[in-house]
Design a protein around this ligand. Structure first.
Ligand SMILES: [Zn+2]
Length: 294
């Protein structure tokens, strides 16, 4: 377990609370004033602490957060068979999700969802050519042995087999049997990317797509203004995202010609395997016959 002082430092509270209060010159003046009673004292403290108040509250919550970080309940990882507590997924300060990471194989909720969907629905076969975009290690590990040919693709990652821009893919038409594209489309021009993915899949080929989605929203939110990194963090939750998807994501998937199905798991399995409640995988199939030109 990391020392408590690291968490205090991360919260911007390197010094003890009493030192922060006494170090404020205004505090010394106010303390010496003639206001008496608990209420005025509380208001004075609040006014003086100002921006430090939230940091102090965060610091007070730290012991609770630390214990939760090591898991609330026992779960099971369907990929590696681990049984026990999952740890928190932390990308400080944007993402903090409890019961998320399998400590044995580092799988995330979305990794376990993908694995379960592939296993239950037989989505990958030994004769397939599978193209995996933006490959995460914990996914590659179990995906690599499943198809006959496994190829990774990424625009930036130097260890990927192919350096590919998903919006303009330098590959022939109708070559892949399966494409795995998890948490990629929210970072790019998704309409261009989906057209390209459709093009390079063989007729009857499958796209397995996942994105973060606000299930209660009927439509996707995209701000028409050009946004900088900080603004994108405000609007989309992450500085490298381009939108927040709503339920119309399914319609976007269907635009190039895919037949789209949702694959998800119910309450009991979602809890047992530590899935993100309500998260689905989108199974998109390219038709065997091309649609007649209109
Ligand atoms: Zn695991």
């Amino acid at each position: 377990m990391p020392p408590l002082s690291q968490f205090f430092k991360a919260a911007g509270l390197a010094r003890p609370l009493h030192a922060v209060i006494i170090a404020q010159p205004e505090a010394r003046v106010a303390m010496a004033g003639n206001r008496t009673g608990w209420k005025p004292m509380k208001q004075t403290l609040k006014a003086l602490l100002g921006p430090n108040l939230q940091r102090i509250r965060t610091a007070q919550m730290m012991p609770k957060l630390i214990s939760k970080s090591f898991g609330l309940l026992e779960r099971e990882c369907p990929i590696c068979g681990y049984q026990g507590h999952f740890t928190a997924e932390i990308h400080f300060p944007d993402v903090y999700r409890f019961d998320a990471v399998c400590p044995q194989c580092t799988s995330l909720p979305r990794t376990r969802l993908l694995w379960l969907a592939i296993q239950r629905h037989g989505l990958v076969t030994p004769s397939d050519y599978l193209l995996h975009f933006a490959p995460e290690k914990s996914v590659s590990r179990f995906l690599r042995p499943m198809p006959g040919r496994y190829v990774t693709a990424d625009l930036m990652d130097p260890v990927a087999d192919l350096r590919i821009n998903i919006e303009a893919i330098d590959l022939d038409d109708d070559i892949a049997d399966v494409i795995v594209c998890s948490h990629v489309l929210e970072h790019v021009d998704d309409r261009r990317a989906l057209k390209e993915l459709f093009r390079i899949l063989k007729p009857g080929g499958k796209l397995l797509a996942m994105v973060p989605m606000v299930d209660g929203w009927p439509t996707t939110y995209e701000n028409p203004e050009p946004l900088d990194r900080e603004q994108r963090k405000f609007h989309y939750g992450r500085s490298d995202h381009k939108r927040r998807y709503g339920r119309d994501f399914l319609e976007r998937l269907a635009e190039p010609g895919f037949a789209v199905e949702e694959v998800g798991f119910g309450g009991a399995e979602s809890l047992a395997y530590g899935l993100l409640l309500g998260e689905n995988l989108y199974f998109c199939r390219k038709p065997l016959l091309a649609a007649p030109a209109s």
